[in-house]
Design a protein around this ligand. Sequence first.
Ligand SMILES: [Zn+2]
Length: 238
Amino acid sequence: MKNPYGLQDGKLVSVDTVESGLACGCVCPACNEPLEAHKGKLKIHYFKHYNGSDCGYGLETATHLLAKSIIENEKILLLPSLQAPPDWKQLPYLEAQYLNERPFPHHIMFKELVPPWYKLKVDEVLVEKRVGSIIPDVIVVAKGKQLFVEIKVTHGIDDKKLKYIKENRISVVEYDFSKMRNTIDVKHIKYVLTESYKGATKGKGLGRWINHRGLQKAITEVTQNMRIHYPEKVPEQT
Ligand SMILES: [Zn+2]
């Protein structure tokens, strides 16, 4: 996918709004190298690095900047729902001993951490700011708490990032835009980040929780709750 976004005087601009060639006066959002605007009659318009060596991150960073400005303007982020399940490994007897009681009631088996259609009221948005040893794509601040927002285009979360997130019990939600072809559809990005799950399919904006600071505690609670409602039956000794 070619990058249709550049920085002009520090502002993100679409290739359609600038002059052709180097006269566009744009630089790559990721590496700051000069860009040439390619605006042929037949081909889709795009930016090319003038020095010929594409850093490979222009589109990625442009999408992060777009997401940031959308969330900033709307002051809202539509979150995916999140329910903590029990830790089944700690309940190995359930399957055999309570076969007839399944399905277990939803309110016993799960704890809701984030209800569906929850729109987080956002106070502040930061982009590509280093935190510890990692750089989250976007950081959303709401009521003094930070939520990391990963915008997946071509580069997902690597192992190092995931390890840091889990170790530091950081809440992270990822929106997957990896299947948006040939264009950054700003309207669609705005729609799935701030309005509706509809159309937010895998690769087209689907959000999912990578981690939640309250997840481990909730899993422990749900597991204990299951044990109370469905205790292990120990055979009587004779
Ligand atoms: Zn670049």
